[in-house]
Design a binder for this molecule. Sequence first.
Ligand code: NAD
Ligand code: TYD
Length: 352
Amino acid sequence: MTILVTGGAGFIGANFVMDWLAAGNEPVVNYDKLTYAGNLENLASLKGNNRHIFVQGDIGDYDQVLQTLAQHKPRAVLNFAAESHVDRSIHSPEDFIQTNIVGTYRLLEAVRAHFTGLSAPDKSAFRLLHVSTDEVYGSLGFEDPAFTEEHTYQPNSPYSASKAASDHLVRAYHHTYGLPVMTTNCSNNYGPYQFPEKLIPLMIHNALIGKPLPIYGDGLNVRDWLYVGDHCSAICVVLERGKVDETYNIGGWNEMSNIAVVHTLCDILDAEKPRADGASYRTQITFVADRPGHDRRYAIDATKIDRDLGWKPAQTFETGIRRTVRWYLDNQPWVKNVTSGAYRAWVAAQYQ
Ligand code: NAD
Ligand code: TYD
């Protein structure tokens, strides 16, 4: 038996692949295009591990996906591959349309062609698990109840609209062609190997190099934060026990405003790696122009996955964020490598 993961060189995918191989013997085929966000250095600990098979490829390349499926015959395909950064989707939506919509469509077509040729027992065991986001549900007011799986899709950014489109395609491939699919919609992740364009790693990185900590708008936008290892464990549970054609919300029951997250990071850094001048990292906080169309609040109601599949997050924000800061402090060479070159051009364009 084997599974195929797309996007396994990115933040969540790499954590998933490492956790998967640490937990059992089943091999994993890791199919990744290696965009700016995909980094084989994330998988350096797997060097020489013959249960990790890396294939460089685009999910939009029907022939290569089909050939990879035919060669490795996975019992499941887990689709992590996506363009994932909202700010980039505002600057240049094209890549998001190509990968998240067209790419998912071509992946579905290849998986469908492969599935059609399977034996009856292999068909009944086969699953396609599509990894998606809570951002497809749109923005909540401060008093609104959290998103359940029944919440209307109201995506507001090119990123969330493209993920919503991919979710709809996945659903349609079950209803139209009988593909055994499941979808997960998760809240904001944080943890090791997250590219420092996203809030938490960007703030840790900027703090340590003495740069401003740019907070969009008033800093009161709320996100629900989940430690990446908990997202990965939830995906494993859905893969093994989830029902075909169901969607599962995954969240940390941990809503926080952006300013509260950044204050927490500054306080941990003040204790773990005090500034040479003795001042708090909080003095580096700077309020900058808001993100266009900035969603005010996301909150996940993760009751269903708890009730039906018995999954709960293992980390609290307090434990998860400490681990995360420690990881970034201990892995500065990784940060240095990913923040060179194209990353600098992005930061210059985004934050002027
Ligand atoms: P990431 O940007 O860190 O990694 C994406 C990976 O996909 C990279 O390795 C990249 O090389 C690969 N990729 C991109 N385009 C590809 C293509 N056309 N073909 C093959 N590979 C391609 O993203 P992430 O944060 O790890 O997110 C993974 C998935 O989880 C995404 O689908 C995202 O929408 C979803 N998600 C992310 C979060 C979060 O907070 N980061 C929360 C919920 C859901
Ligand atoms: P981000 O990590 O980009 O995730 P998402 O937009 O998918 O939720 O951003 C998290 C929150 O932090 C979001 O409300 C935007 C805000 N933010 C800042 O205030 N400053 C920044 O430099 C970044 C990258 C994000």
